[in-house]
Each structure stands twice: as C-alpha cells, then as structure tokens.
Design a protein around this ligand. Structure first.
Ligand SMILES: [Zn+2]
Length: 184
C-alpha cells in the first residue's frame, strides 16, 4: 500500500507541473469566471479526498479532519481575496495575483513532499494535509462564487462593490471600508 501511495505521488508530479504552468500563464491575465468549472473543480477535490481515504484505508481522527477542513476553508476564503473580480458587459472576469500562485504552490508542495516521503505513520498526516488543501479549495471557490453573484446583483442596482472582498461600497469612497483595499 505504501508503494502504491508513492507511485501515485510520483504520477501526480507531472500533472502538478502542468497545472502550475497553466496557472502561471493565466497569472495577471483577466479571465472570465465560469461558475460551471468552479463547481466541477469543487466536485473533483471531494472525489480525490474520498479516493485517497478509500484506497489508503487510513483516516486521521474525525475531529482533526474536520478542524483541518474548517481551517482550510477559512484560509481559502481570505486567500481568495488575492483574486480580484470585475464585471465587463455582464461577464465577470477574474485576475489572480502573485500571492494566489505562491500559496497554491506552497500547499501542493507540502502535500506532495509528505506523500512522497511518508512512512506508514506519516501517511495519516499526509492525508491530513489533503483535508487542509481540500478545505482551502472549497473556501476559495465558495468565496469567488459569492462575490460573483454579488457583483452581478450590484450591477443591476448599479451599486459599487469591492472587487477583492465583495463588500458594498459607496461611490464616493476611494478605499473599501471592509478590507481597506483600493476600489477599482
Ligand atoms: Zn474590500
């Protein structure tokens, strides 16, 4: 089983590099937000988590797993603010900052390192980091979905919304009352 885990870990390295490359290419570029692909992404991350648990037959204590999921989701919701959203002609576009990339690489590298070097005792902790990254993915995507909906709703009522945190802002103010960032 440990060998299987290691093979799985090595196989995911080129996959990871590929997605890192595509993410780098999309960096600083505005891209339309597709809710469908966000929902698919969330579904895939859950499927991966279930797959790991079933295949490895190891599961950290439920309290640990749940708190890691929650901590990840909270972190993801904050991290998501490094992606700014803007509406142009009824389509919501996102722009990822360098911090998004840095945090993403760090979390993947952590999971990979743990899964590649893991001994039997450490596999349980390796799984824990997957809970964390799944939580982060969920928090990030969920926050983007909410801000996406708010932006579209605000567009109808022609109200200004912060493109980083999604809070309502008055047209007279230059900076967001909620997160303090410059209103675009
Ligand atoms: Zn804000």
């Amino acid at each position: 089983m440990e060998i299987f885990f290691k093979i799985l870990g090595y196989l995911s390295v080129p996959l990871m590099l590929l997605s890192a490359f595509s993410l780098l290419k999309s960096l600083k570029k505005t891209q339309p937000v597709k809710l469908k692909s966000i929902v698919i992404q969330m579904g895939v991350s859950i499927a991966v988590l279930i797959f790991y648990i079933l295949v490895l037959n190891v599961n950290p204590p439920t309290s640990l797993s749940l708190s890691l999921l929650a901590a990840g989701a909270a972190f993801g919701a904050i991290w998501s603010r490094s992606t700014s959203l803007a509406v142009t002609r009824g389509v919501v576009y996102s722009k990822r900052s360098l911090w998004y990339m840095v945090a993403w690489i760090a979390s993947i590298a952590l999971t990979q390192t743990l899964s590649l070097t893991a001994t039997r005792e450490l596999v349980t902790y390796g799984i824990s980091t997957i809970y964390l990254t799944t939580g982060i993915g969920f928090g990030t995507n969920f926050s983007v979905i909410i801000r996406h909906q708010r932006l579209l709703a605000a567009r109808v009522t022609s109200q200004l919304v912060c493109s980083f945190c999604g809070s309502k802002a008055s047209k007279a103010s230059k900076f967001c009352n909620h997160c303090g960032r410059k209103l675009v």
